[in-house]
Design a protein around this ligand. Structure first.
Ligand code: MLT
Ligand code: MN
Ligand code: ZN
Length: 303
């Protein structure tokens, strides 16, 4: 066997709701329902990572995980009762990132890595007792503390501005809280490193410093414009209110990454309202001109 190399497999490139979203008739969702339209359906936010090709960690478990596992043969059982999935890592407590745990309840051993804040969300929701704790082990990980996520894969969590999950929002919501409720991840193997940051409210100087010169990042692509949901008349929330920075604009990720010298920049967690889903939209051309790729279900990247 050669030296391990990191493989990242996009299981779901869309944000919560997926593409198309069940109750959305916007042009983009309608396009994704039309087999003759170039907009392809996409499932909800998740990435798989491996260094040896046989043991995989899931970065977030979406409600679409059952379809995602079916669609990706590297994640199929190799014998009668088996899974190549050795662990799961959660980057926040949002439904699109934790609900898939319930689909993994069939008496299979694996480890879930998460911060103490996210562990509280799981502990406070008794439905997660469906996971047999004699088989599924929850391990709390501190920020900036490297740990072994999967064979040959080392990971480190770091704080990213964000907010508490939607279902825990009180009357007042701080949308760019930095702590243990929203994290980004550095993944490393054999001297290679990449970042996974599916939710980020703001690109702080500390984050810029961390990402400067990186080989690869998967980054929050929820909305193109902060006010896109209002403009497409499907909702009232801004990207900022949802805890997601926009691609476009003075505080957007296109501008924020412009001088960071990151070799490969891939947007993931892309909302169904985001016009970059259309391969010929002006917005798609703008992000590609800025050196970004649009993630898609089944996309595989090796380092
Ligand atoms: C988000 O990323 O903003 C969440 O997925 C919203 C949700 O839980 O639906
Ligand atoms: Mn989400
Ligand atoms: Zn839509």
């Amino acid at each position: 066997m050669g030296r391990p190399h990191l493989r990242a497999l996009v299981l779901g490139a869309a944000a919560g709701g997926g593409l198309p979203q069940w109750n959305c008739g916007c042009e983009i969702c309608a396009g994704a329902r039309d087999p003759d339209n170039p907009i392809l359906p996409q499932t909800q936010s998740s990435l798989a990572v491996s260094a040896n090709g046989s043991d995989w960690a899931l970065l977030n478990t979406s409600p679409d995980i059952r379809q995602q596992l079916a669609d990706n043969p590297v994640l199929h059982p190799r014998q009668r009762r088996d899974t190549p999935i050795s662990s799961v890592l959660l980057t926040n407590g949002d439904i699109d990132h934790i609900a898939g745990l319930l689909i993994l309840r069939e008496k299979q051993p694996f480890t879930v890595y998460l911060t103490s804040e996210i562990a509280k969300v799981i502990a406070d929701n008794s439905i997660f007792s469906a996971l047999d704790r004699s088989l599924v082990t929850f391990v709390e990980i501190g920020l900036e503390a490297p740990f072994q996520l999967a064979p040959g894969v080392e990971a480190t969590l770091f704080a990213v501005p964000g907010k508490v999950p939607l279902f825990l929002e009180g009357d007042e919501v701080i949308t760019d809280l930095e702590g243990e409720q929203t994290v980004g991840v550095s993944l490393r193997s054999g001297g290679e490193e990449f970042f996974y940051v599916p939710g980020c409210a703001k690109l702080t100087d500390a984050l810029k410093e961390r990402f400067q010169g990186a080989n690869l990042i998967f980054f929050d692509g929820t909305v193109y414009d902060n006010e896109e949901m209002l403009k497409s008349a499907v909702g009232k929330k801004t990207g900022a209110r949802m805890g997601h920075m926009a691609m476009n604009g003075a505080n957007g990720s296109l501008q924020g990454f412009a001088d960071l010298n990151v070799t490969r920049k891939i947007y993931i967690h892309i909302n169904n309202t985001n016009p970059v889903w259309h391969p010929e939209s002006a917005e798609r051309l703008a992000v590609e001109r800025a050196g970004w790729e649009i993630g898609y279900d089944g996309m595989e990247v090796s380092l």
